[in-house]
Design a protein around this ligand. Sequence first.
Ligand code: SF4
Ligand code: SF4
Length: 114
Amino acid sequence: MNQLIACCGINCENCEARMATLRNDDDMRREVAAKWSEMFQSPEITMESINCTGCRMEGVKFAHCENTCDIRKCVRSKGFATCADCSEIDSCTIIGPLFTAVPDARENLRTLIN
Ligand code: SF4
Ligand code: SF4
């Protein structure tokens, strides 16, 4: 199973925060922090907070993904690896909005069970 597919189906392999972390690139961290703080209206996202190895990977995680993501919390509370393991996936109101915004996430989860 591809461990870089997050609990929600987002592909952490393509995440700029993960790339900046693996490269230990502070310029990239600064750019990602500026972009995400504006996009998510979250001034607390600073360059120092851009550190993540991936939702289901060992190692450091971006604070939102580790502490406040309701999807990840739900998956872990049920003992699943991802939402692909859940029979409620296509009626779930927790993950539904993400699938609308990021249709690839639903497709990525399908690849985990095919
Ligand atoms: S868990 Fe980390 S790598 Fe995955 S989307 Fe969130 S910040 Fe990016
Ligand atoms: S209830 Fe929703 S968020 Fe929770 S594991 Fe199932 S599909 Fe994922």
